[in-house]
Design a protein around this ligand. Structure first.
Ligand code: 5AD
Ligand code: FES
Length: 347
């Protein structure tokens, strides 16, 4: 599918034509990755962050939030909860927190690998190559780093670099692939300043890099951030150019992503479940997604990991999310996945 066609589908509003897109995406999902829905236990290990991303509620600019960093024992307890719930992998996610040292993370990865069969995914932001390599050597399998937008100017505006450093997420993703990681990325849909052309380019970029995992969710303004306040007005494009941060556009993005990256692992995201608590998860899974990331963070911490307000599953326990997720998966005729659920490749 050419970029022009991606663009046309993104802007398509005719329901009967969209049925065609949903059908094509679901058929492609079934043919390339099957009916299993892989479950990744998400552990939000720290909400400390040194970055100033204009969209994110836990950035260094957000004052008045209680910061936490889970202990080794707390993290390992959450890991074992993921095993008990039958998940095939865990994702350790955090703000960009230098307090999470190389040795601390490497030690935890080693213990997980000794004590369980889980695949280990890291999502710890932009880190140095020696750190990334040490974690790979310790046994990490995958790394998630969304590039957020393929428009370099918009990226710079919403994601200021640290003083004296360049922020090149594509370069980090490529280096991580060379180190042997499966690499995951993604964007937000409807970020102020995102045009239809930019979003079509984002989807084309997933294909260009042959990303192993691709997460997309709607942008949800946080009042703690610049993009959730009056200054966001300077970012928004004219109504016909600006991508809306709605469920329909997110579902089109998921479907098109499946069509251009048939074998990728694509989650039905928490942000999608937040804009449509009733059926967002299911619709994502029916229109291209094959992964969910149920939260296993202890409830006392997950309320503090507020990257946007009203996040789905904020007050539920890991056990509640697990049975909720299984019910949703089965309600659409799919089955919970077995094993780590790595990237499939056509032979
Ligand atoms: N709305 C939606 N998604 C967000 N993220 C960060 N802030 C927001 C927000 N306000 C996404 C980013 C990040 C991922 C962990 O969460 O894409 O990479
Ligand atoms: Fe958490 Fe449904 S998945 S409450």
């Amino acid at each position: 599918m050419e970029r022009g066609e991606i663009l046309r589908w993104l802007q398509e509003m005719d329901e009967s034509r969209l049925e065609e897109l949903w059908k094509k995406a679901d058929e492609q999902r079934k043919a390339s990755v099957g009916d299993e829905v892989h479950q990744r236990g998400l552990i939000e290990i720290s909400n400390y962050c040194i970055r100033q991303c204009r969209y994110c509620g836990i950035s260094a600019c957000s004052s008045g939030i209680t910061r936490y960093r889970m202990t080794r024992d707390e993290i390992l307890e959450a890991v074992h909860e993921a095993v008990r719930l039958g998940y095939g992998s865990v994702v350790m996610q955090s703000g960009e927190d230098p307090g999470l040292t190389v040795a601390f993370i490497a030690g935890i990865i080693r213990t997980i690998k000794e004590e369980t069969d889980l695949a280990v995914t890291l999502s710890l932001g932009e880190r140095e190559d020696d750190e990334l390599r040490a974690w790979k050597d310790a046994g990490a399998d995958r790394y998630l780093l969304r590039f957020e937008t393929s428009d370099p100017e918009l990226y710079e505006r919403i994601h200021p670099a640290l003083p004296g450093k360049v922020s090149d997420r594509f370069a980090q993703l490529e280096r991580m692939r060379d180190m042997g990681y499966e690499i995951g990325t993604g964007v937000m849909v409807g970020i102020p300043g995102q045009s239809w052309i930019t979003l079509a380019a984002d989807i084309d970029t997933f294909r260009y890099y042959d990303m192993d995992m691709i997460g997309v969710g709607p942008f949800l303004p946080s009042p703690r951030t610049l993009l959730g306040g009056p200054e966001a007005a300077d970012f928004y494009l004219s109504p016909q150019d600006q991508v809306p941060n709605d469920e329909l556009t997110t579902l089109k993005t998921v479907a098109l992503t499946r069509l251009v990256c048939p074998e990728a692992n694509i989650p039905s995201t928490t942000a999608l479940a937040t804009v449509d608590p009733q059926s967002g998860r299911e619709l994502g899974l029916m229109r291209g997604a094959n992964v969910v990331m149920p939260n296993v963070t202890p409830t006392k911490y997950r309320v503090l990991y507020e990257i946007y307000p009203g996040k789905a599953c904020m007050h539920e326990t890991a056990l509640v999310c697990s049975s909720c997720m299984e019910r949703r998966i089965r309600s659409i005729g799919r089955v919970p996945g077995k094993g780590p659920g790595g990237r499939r490749r056509k032979i």
